[in-house]
Design a protein. Structure first.
Length: 274
């Protein structure tokens, strides 16, 4: 298929426009954050005297050190368990194919259709009855369950394409199902595992709704969830609010930039496997 120069140029122009639409909000936040505290900046005008201290003030005002610790604890509670359970279930559905695996797979697919917003009310009462309201467990446990459908489907897409000859050779050598899983298939699943971990980290770190509804103490929320409390306190100070928003966005942006090649490669791998 021959691609003309006009089509190439059109594609590049569209990519530039999409990139500009993506980057422009971040530029607006950054420029606004540099204006003097208490002012109302107009458009994308660069301040005559940039107030870099706004970032330090926002960090101190929002108790970012405590929020970083809280978010890290929530991530450590959610991501490893979600990856572990998702990998084990994905291996069972995709490679072992135990009796009834098709029905179970359909159940997990249906789980992807459930929005967080539709579950938040019954989830609130369930967490309250368990005595976990206003604790980090109120975020960790629901997220593990809510991430399971995607985690299982993601790992199943990897295991279902693994050749049966590997398992047959391992079983001839006397490997049990657990040894087959741990010593043969998990080492080969590292690309899928790493990409799933990155996705779950980003979604957990940016979790807003559960943190706002189930936890009253901002110091026990995720950083994104704490933005609601920060906005309530500094909502009239636009530059400080923008500086706080950028500080909250910074960790996820850094993680994505570090692992962007692996992340994109995993998405392409998944699209090829179908």
């Amino acid at each position: 298929m021959i691609v003309t120069r006009r089509e190439t140029l059109t594609g590049r122009v569209l990519l530039v426009l999409l990139m500009a639409m993506t980057v422009l909000p971040f530029i607006s936040l950054f420029v606004t954050a540099l204006h003097p505290s208490g002012t109302y900046p107009d458009g994308l005008s660069w301040p005559s005297s940039p107030q870099w201290g706004n970032f330090a003030d926002a960090f101190s005002a929002a108790n970012m050190d405590r929020l970083l610790l809280s978010s890290a604890l929530i991530v450590l509670g959610v991501v490893p368990l979600s990856v572990l359970f998702g990998t084990m279930a994905g291996f069972a559905f995709g490679h072992l194919r135990m009796p009834g695996h098709r029905v179970g797979f359909i159940v997990f697919v249906l789980g992807l259709t459930l929005p967080f917003e539709g579950l938040i009310t019954p989830l609130y009462y369930q967490v309250r009855d368990m005595g976990l309201l206003n604790t980090r467990w109120a975020i960790i446990l629901p997220l593990i369950g809510l991430f399971m459908p995607f985690s299982v489907l993601w790992m199943r897409a990897h295991f279902v394409n693994m050749p049966e000859e590997l398992s047959e050779a391992a079983r001839i050598d006397g490997a049990s199902t657990w040894q087959l899983f741990r010593r043969v298939h998990v080492p080969l699943a590292k690309p899928a595992l790493s990409s799933l971990s990155i996705l779950l980290f980003l979604w957990t770190w940016n979790q807003f709704l559960l943190a706002i509804v189930l936890v009253d103490d901002p110091a026990k929320r995720t950083m994104a969830g704490a933005l609601g409390a920060f906005q309530g306190q500094w909502g009239t100070d636009i530059p400080l609010l923008c500086a706080g928003s950028l500080l909250i966005l910074a960790p996820t942006l850094i993680i994505f930039l570090i692992f962007q090649r692996r992340f994109v490669a995993a998405l392409l791998q998944g699209s090829i496997k179908g």
